[in-house]
Design a protein around this ligand. Structure first.
Ligand code: NDP
Ligand code: GDR
Length: 328
């Protein structure tokens, strides 16, 4: 039975990846941080087969201890401070966890594997945020990186450190440069889920207004369930490498609002949505559009959920949840 170790187990991707690996017959271990993490129960209910170990990306010895207990063949480093807006307010912490945390995880993997590095494979959750200021459209593996946030800068550090461990030590290490991916499990601080929750509540008469930031930014949005499959495929290749994972379609926040409100029968949302400075970013990533040709050709990976279906999936989930919460 292959064994996998996942950091970021309580997050959106950690849950989908656990489900996928359990289906494939893996024994799955997840890293849980904190003294009494309230999300532990969520993981136990959503993926009961996962075994939880404690540790923190900022603490190398805790990572090494967890790896020695799990004895994994594959390590998926999904843990991070992942909310871009928060990273300006907590730049030091983001650097420590999202950036240096990658070095800690790589070094723990190297120490755990000892003399035989071929016993373990490593996946790093790199991000399209690394492209930042638009240099080339669509963005591909070779596009110049120009990050625009402390989060993006930290991800670039982790990305190159992962390449460096491959080149320095021969570790089978891959980075997935994943574009935005969403689902009903997406945190409510991210724009798609903020919109799907608000649209559901407005449709049910529970809320009157939605306050957002920049409506002009464009994102290449896919379904998280598809994207975790690309992670697994990367670790099944003979060599580690970098891969863009994206749908090849881009939409603005305005498009998202059109599709989301349209789904509940509201064609003109202009009186329901306002903008506020507090949700604007000091530096914006204006346009993300990925070219996933390499992932398609080498990994045989393709996305299966189109943008309107993704939005519908999230709104249906939120309608059901909001009805339940409101006792409707
Ligand atoms: P989430 O924000 O949903 O999950 C982040 C996870 O990281 C949580 O489990 C969180 O644990 C954990 N974490 C935070 N701080 C630490 C720490 N100090 N030590 C250990 N774990 C920690 O992210 P996603 O699931 O959406 O994303 C997974 C990864 O992929 C992240 O690295 C993200 O940056 C990256 N990524 C995501 C994309 C997306 O569109 N979703 C696109 C490209 C990259 P806790 O619950 O305890 O806070
Ligand atoms: P992003 O996702 O920054 O791309 O990072 P997010 O959903 O936060 O923002 C997307 C775009 O929407 C604009 N926006 C708003 N965003 C939020 N969160 N809240 C608002 O009210 C709002 N109004 C407008 C933003 O300015 C931005 O342009 C996500 C994270 O998952 C990262 O961890 C990951 O690496 C990247 O996707 C790829």
């Amino acid at each position: 039975m292959p064994r996998a170790f996942i950091t970021g187990i309580t997050g959106q991707d950690g849950l989908y990846l656990s489900e996928l690996l359990l289906r494939k017959g893996y024994e799955v271990f997840g890293l849980l941080r904190g003294q009494n993490n309230p999300k532990a129960q969520l993981v136990r209910e959503a993926v009961p087969g996962v075994r939880l170990l404690t540790g923190d990306l900022a603490d190398l010895s805790s990572l090494l201890r967890a790896l020695r207990a799990a004895q994994p063949d594959e390590i998926y480093n999904l843990g991070a401070i992942s909310y871009v807006a928060y990273s300006w307010e907590n730049a030091d912490l983001t650097t420590d966890v999202t950036g240096k945390g990658v070095l800690n995880m790589l070094e723990a993997a190297r120490l755990y594997a000892g003399d035989d590095l071929s016993r373990v494979r490593f996946y790093q959750a790199s991000s399209s945020e690394m492209f930042g200021k638009v240099q080339e459209v669509p963005q591909r593996e070779t596009t110049l990186l120009w990050p625009r946030s402390p989060y993006g800068v930290a991800k670039v550090y982790g990305h190159y450190m992962t390449i460096n461990y491959r080149e320095s030590y021969g570790l089978h290490a891959s980075s997935g440069i994943l574009f935005n991916h969403e689902s009903p499990r997406r945190g409510p601080e991210f724009v798609t889920r903020k919109v799907s929750q608000a649209v559901a509540r407005i449709a049910l008469g529970l809320q009157d207004e939605l306050v957002l930031g920049n409506l002009e930014a464009k994102r290449d949005w896919g379904f998280a369930g598809d994207y975790v499959d690309a992670m697994w495929r990367m670790l099944q290749q003979p060599e580690g490498d970098e891969y863009v994972v994206a749908t090849g379609q881009t939409h603005s926040i305005r498009d998202l609002l059109d599709v989301a409100f349209g789904y509940v029968g509201i064609d003109d949302w202009s009186s329901l949505v306002s903008q506020d400075e507090q949700f604007m970013r000091p530096a914006e990533v204006d346009l993300l559009l990925g070219d996933a040709t390499k992932a398609r050709e080498r990994l045989g990976w393709t996305p299966t959920v189109a943008f309107p279906d993704l939005v519908a999936m999230m709104i249906e989930y939120d309608l059901a949840e909001q009805r339940k919460l409101a006792g409707l």
